[in-house]
Design a protein around this ligand. Sequence first.
Ligand code: PEP
Ligand code: MN
Length: 691
Amino acid sequence: MTADLEALRKALDGLDDRLIETLAERQQMIDEVAKHKSEQPVNLHDGLREREILSRLAQKGRTGGLDGFFVMSVFREIFDYSIRRQQNRLSGNGDDESKAPSLVVGHLGIQGSNSQLAAAKYFGTSQAGVVYQGCGSFGDLVEGVNNGSLDRAVIPLENTTAGSINASYDLLARSDLSLVGEEVLRIDHCLLAVTHAPVAGIRRVYSHPEALNQCSEFLRTLTHCRVESVADTATAARVVAKQRHASCAAIASPEAAHIYDLCIIRRGLANQRENYTRFGVIARQALTFDLRIPCKTSLMFATGHEKGALLSCLNILSNYGLNLTKLESRPRPNVPWEYLFYVDFEGNLAEDHVVAALQALTSKTSYMKVLGSYPQRTARSGERAEMIDAVALRVDPAAGAMAGVAKACPAVPKSLDKKSYRLVTREQRPEDSTVRVGNVTVGGDRPVVIAGPCSVESREQVIACARVVRECGGDLLRGGCFKPRTSPYSFQGLGYEGLELLAEAGRQFDLPIVTEVLHPSDLHAIAEKADMIQIGARNMQNFPLLREVGKVDRPVFLKRGMMATVDEWLAAAEYILAHGNQQVVLCERGIRTFETSTRFTLDLSAIPVVRERTHLPILVDPSHACGKRRWVSPLAESAIAAGAHGIMVEIHPEPDKALCDGPQSLDFEDFAGMMSRLRHAHQATTVANAR
Ligand code: PEP
Ligand code: MN
């Protein structure tokens, strides 16, 4: 090397050092600016000012002999970095991150995978130390966040070439995790090999199936070349680096080339030149972000069964001025031909109008889950019209993302301001709501009958009950598996074994099944198998259980507590609705009075009262109310006459041998008789109404 070249290189190194020092100095100044901003209600990002500065810099660059576009893209990166730093300072990237000594962040694949690059980009400005942990599957990531071994996980949500990543959306539907961030990564698919070999000599290409898919047009141009899928793009690079074969190549990022010491032999392989992937950051709990940070909110919902239901949901968002950035549908788990809609819109759950919109939306949906609000990365909407007052917000650890919706909310009519329930009232929804359980509609014109044994005792017993329910025209099969017994020495139910038997009987006779859940920890496993979840009288005010049931997409059968007023009962239902699940059916099952002739006193007067106050369907359980078989049928008939949407009764092949509630269980003959009387009564009413 000549002395001149040596000197030039030294000078260049010095120049690079000065660039870094200047950038660091710039960042210090930005931090000062951020301190000022944190005391004032101003937007962090001023799009107009940024555009002016960029064009000034481009101009200046051009006069210095630089490409204007190059100057703009360098400064865009610099601005982007400082905006993120300011956002992080303002709300600690969502409160807890600024305080946490370190965050463990899970991602798919090994170092250099696109998920890891997205994670590094997102957490690069975090003030907490970050430890990255590669995982093999989506399931491992969710499990890690759930069990606390990961604080965050980064999952790909959609790609601008290939579309939505269904596995991620399905996972969000099933899990109870929140979205707390998004990141967008420009994906530069490159062909990497051990030497600068010509592309024509490549005989084997490794990559992630998604990447192979996105580069299908390039791959078609290769002849005699085998394509192999591996776990992630960085693994593909590692495989090629290990094999050290000139004819092997990987499709991966330029960063992977650097990490695994490979040559980039072709860039920009994707079918579309602009190829971006959007990632979501998930956490156990929702985070709250300062109102000055432009945020997006994500939610998912299922619509009710009315015509134009989706349209009316979208209209609500539009009426509240919320700009939709994504709408996606996925099959609703366990409900054929129904869909869960995923919606992203610009807005923050900490804003009143967002809470109001969601509150209004709740009553149009049958199920809604708010995934969370997070700083927006897909479009930097510094142009947001209004200036918003800064509010320092804290996470409410006791509640999920739906908590804001359950709080005081301007969408509520004034008259409901002081009521302990709002969503369940007729004021919120004047027309009757119906609840679909499997293929049965509860709350329509035809009264429904739920029947089955108090507890599932054996396969023979539950199959016999299911057969008679089906033959006599009953609608749903109910059986207790987890029993709330007053005495710890009584039969407590067969648990999951009973649930399997109940599910088998339901399948055999095509009857949706209902069973009681006693504890939140069993809820998800039971909801996987049961078509409807019962909350028993003793748990009517088990608020943690109500909250959890409110978060799952399963109809709920909510029994009235034996000491509960109608208002307390409706407030209990409100818990479920306020957490997103609108599919609640009430059940009057008798209350404690001074009267001892019957087990409880069936409060038939509650039926018209409840129907006046709420749009939710109401059923009546005469079995537990009266406690004696011979009084069940007359009370069931009276309940229907008083306006109940159906009844629930206990039956048993041999009531005298029942392990639980035998004296009130109908034998099959009594059940058949009651069913026939109910049918006749219903026919008579229908004819009378038609006249
Ligand atoms: C039951 O339905 O089996 C039951 C225990 O009822 P309740 O919760 O109304 O007492
Ligand atoms: Mn019972």
